[in-house]
Design a binder for this molecule. Structure first.
Ligand SMILES: [Zn+2]
Length: 244
C-alpha cells in the first residue's frame, strides 16, 4: 500500500491554482485572438483572456485597459513560433506539458529547454517551473546519461547571470557526467561561463571523492526541484497540488 507521505509526482495532472482562481472562465471570460508567427507561418489561436492574464505577466500587460490589444481583443506575436505557443496554450487548458524521454540526440530535452526560455519571455513562472520539472523528469528517466551538448549552449546563450535553468544544467553535468570529462572542463574553462560554473560546483564534489555512481545518486534534483524554480516567495505550484 502506498504511504500517505509519498512525494507528489513531479508532473501533476493539473494545477489547482487555475481551477481555484477561475472556476467560471468558460462563461465569464472572452476569447482573445493571438496571432503567432510571421506572415507566411502565422497561426491564430483563440484563448480565454482570464487564462492568458492569470498565467502570463506579458499578457497581463498587453491586455491593460486603454490598450489597442484590449480594445480589439487581438494580440500579434510575429517573432514567436506557433508550435511553442501551442504547447503553452495546451498548458493553459490542461495544466500539463508533454514529456518524452528522448534519444541520444534528445529532442525532448531540447524542446523543453526552449519552452522554458519561451516561458521567460512570456513571464509565466508556473509554466517555467512545470517545464523545468518535466526536464528533470526527462533527465532522471534517462539515467542522467542522456544530455545533449547543445542544451547548455542554447540556455547560456539566451540567459544572463544566475537562473534556475542554468543551475539545473550545471548540476546535471556535475552529478551525471564522467569524472574525466569534468576534470578536463575544470582545467580549461577560460571564457566559457558554463564550463566555469561546472568547475565551481564540481570542485566540491571532487573533495568528497564520490564515484560517478555516488554522484548520480546525490544529484540535488532528485530531492528538491524548488531550488531551480522561478516562483520566488510565492507558493510553488506543487504546494497547491498537494492540497487537493
Ligand atoms: Zn517550487
Amino acid at each position: 500500500m502506498a504511504s500517505s507521505a509519498t512525494a507528489p509526482p513531479l508532473i501533476p495532472h493539473h494545477l489547482s491554482t487555475r481551477a481555484a482562481a477561475l472556476p467560471d472562465f468558460f462563461t465569464t471570460s472572452r476569447p482573445i485572438k493571438v496571432v503567432v508567427g510571421g506572415e507566411s507561418t502565422a497561426k491564430p489561436f483563440h484563448i480565454h483572456e482570464a487564462l492568458l492574464v492569470n498565467q502570463s505577466k506579458f499578457f497581463a500587460a498587453a491586455m491593460r485597459k486603454g490598450w489597442k490589444e484590449n480594445e480589439e481583443g487581438v494580440v500579434s506575436l510575429p517573432s514567436c513560433d506557433p508550435e511553442e505557443f501551442a504547447q503553452f496554450a495546451s498548458f493553459l487548458y490542461t495544466g500539463q506539458v508533454q514529456v518524452s524521454q528522448g534519444t541520444r540526440e534528445n529532442p525532448g530535452s531540447h524542446r523543453l529547454a526552449k519552452a522554458w526560455l519561451f516561458g521567460t519571455w512570456l513571464s509565466s513562472t508556473t509554466y517555467q517551473d512545470l517545464v523545468l520539472d518535466a526536464l528533470v523528469y526527462n533527465i532522471i528517466g534517462s539515467g542522467c546519461d542522456i544530455f545533449p551538448t547543445g542544451l547548455h549552449t542554447l540556455v547560456y546563450s539566451q540567459t544572463a547571470g544566475d537562473c534556475g535553468m542554468r543551475r539545473l544544467l550545471v548540476d546535471a553535468a556535475v552529478f551525471g557526467w564522467p569524472a574525466k570529462k569534468l576534470a578536463a572542463m575544470s582545467q580549461d574553462h577560460e571564457g566559457d561561463d558554463f564550463k566555469a560554473d561546472v568547475a565551481k560546483v564540481y570542485a566540491g564534489q571532487k573533495e568528497q571523492k564520490n564515484t560517478r555512481k555516488q554522484r548520480k545518486r546525490a544529484a540535488p534534483f532528485h530531492f528538491d526541484t524548488c531550488q531551480y524554480h522561478e516562483h520566488g516567495e510565492k507558493p510553488c505550484y506543487k504546494t497547491f497540488f498537494e492540497k487537493l
